[in-house]
Design a protein around this ligand. Structure first.
Ligand code: NAP
Length: 241
C-alpha cells in the first residue's frame, strides 16, 4: 500500500484530500481554513525547509508526494521537488493552467513589486487582489491614489487604503458592484487560473479596466504533472493506493 503526502493550498487539493483514506496525509501551511471532516490525516504547519520535509517523508514512510499548492507558492513546490529527490520518492504536481487574455482584455505583465508600482503610476483607484503582500507597502501610496486591497481577512488600512476581507468564490454581480462602488480604474492580480476568482477579469474586460498581472514564478520539474483534477484522479486510480 502506498502512503501519499498531499501538499494542499488550493480548492482542488481539498477535493483530492476528500478521497484519501486514513493512511494518507493532507498537509497545510496553516494560513487558510483547516477542514475537520476528512478521513485522511491532516497536518498543519511547515517542515523547516526541504531537509525537514525529507525527514518527515522518511519518518512517516511516505511513498508519493503530491504537490497541489498554489501556482505562486514557489518555495514549497521547490522544497517538495528537492525532498522527493533526497528521499528517492516520486513527486507529482497538480498545476492549474494560467488564464489567457481574451479579446477586449488589456493585460500588462509585471515582474515583482518595483515594476508593479511603476506600472500603477497612471492610475488612481487600484484594486489589489494579491493577498496580504501589499500591506507592507501602505506607506508608499502616492497622494493621488486610493487603494482597495482584498485579502482573505480584514486588516487595518490607512487614510489612502481600505482592506476588504473576503474569500472566493466571487460572483460576477458582486464583482461588478465592487468595481462600480469604488470606481476601480486598474486591477492587480496574480494569474492563478482559478475559476473561483475569474469573474473580476470579466468585469475588468466589460469596463475596459487594465489588469496588471504578476508573472507566475517558475516551478521545479516533477515526475508527473497534471493540469486538471480529473487527470490527477485518473493517475491516482492507476497507482496501488
Ligand atoms: P510558499 O512561499 O511556497 O511557502 C512558504 C512556506 O510555507 C514553505 O516553505 C513551508 O514551510 C510552508 N508551506 C507552504 N505550503 C505548505 C503546505 N501545504 N504544507 C506545509 N507547509 C507548507 O507559500 P505561500 O505563497 O506563503 O503560501 C502558503 C500556502 O498558502 C501554500 O500552501 C499555498 O498553496 C497557499 N496559497 C498561496 C497563495 C499565494 O498566492 N501564494 C494563494 C492561495 C493559497 P517550511 O519551509 O517550513 O516547510
Amino acid at each position: 500500500m502506498k502512503r501519499i503526502l498531499l501538499l494542499g493550498g488550493v480548492t482542488e487539493a481539498l477535493a483530492i484530500a476528500r478521497t484519501l483514506g486514513p493512511e494518507h496525509i493532507y498537509s497545510l501551511a496553516g494560513v487558510g481554513r483547516v477542514p475537520s471532516d476528512l478521513a485522511c490525516q491532516v497536518r498543519v504547519g511547515g517542515y523547516g525547509g526541504a531537509e525537514g520535509l525529507a525527514q518527515f517523508i522518511r519518518d512517516e514512510g511516505v511513498d508519493l508526494l503530491l504537490d497541489a499548492t498554489h501556482p505562486y507558492a514557489a518555495q514549497i513546490s521547490q522544497n517538495a521537488a528537492t525532498a522527493a529527490q533526497l528521499t528517492g520518492i516520486p513527486c507529482w504536481a497538480l498545476r492549474r493552467p494560467a488564464w489567457q487574455p481574451q479579446a477586449g482584455d488589456d493585460w500588462r505583465d509585471v515582474n515583482g513589486w518595483a515594476e508593479l508600482i511603476e506600472a500603477l503610476k497612471p492610475f488612481r483607484r487600484p484594486l489589489f487582489t494579491l493577498g496580504r503582500e501589499p500591506l507592507q507597502h501602505l506607506h508608499e501610496i502616492p497622494p493621488e491614489q486610493f487603494w482597495t486591497l482584498r485579502a482573505l481577512d480584514v486588516y487595518p488600512g490607512n487614510g489612502r487604503c481600505e482592506v476588504i476581507g473576503a474569500r472566493g468564490p466571487f460572483l460576477i454581480d458582486d464583482e461588478r458592484a465592487l468595481f462600480e462602488r469604488r470606481q476601480i480604474d486598474v486591477l492587480i492580480s496574480k494569474n492563478s487560473g482559478s475559476t473561483a476568482t475569474e469573474p473580476k477579469l470579466e468585469v475588468a474586460r466589460e469596463r475596459g479596466v487594465p489588469v496588471l498581472v504578476l508573472r507566475r514564478p517558475i516551478l521545479p520539474g516533477v515526475d508527473r504533472e497534471f493540469l486538471t483534477l480529473e487527470e490527477t484522479f485518473a493517475a491516482l486510480a492507476t497507482t496501488a493506493l
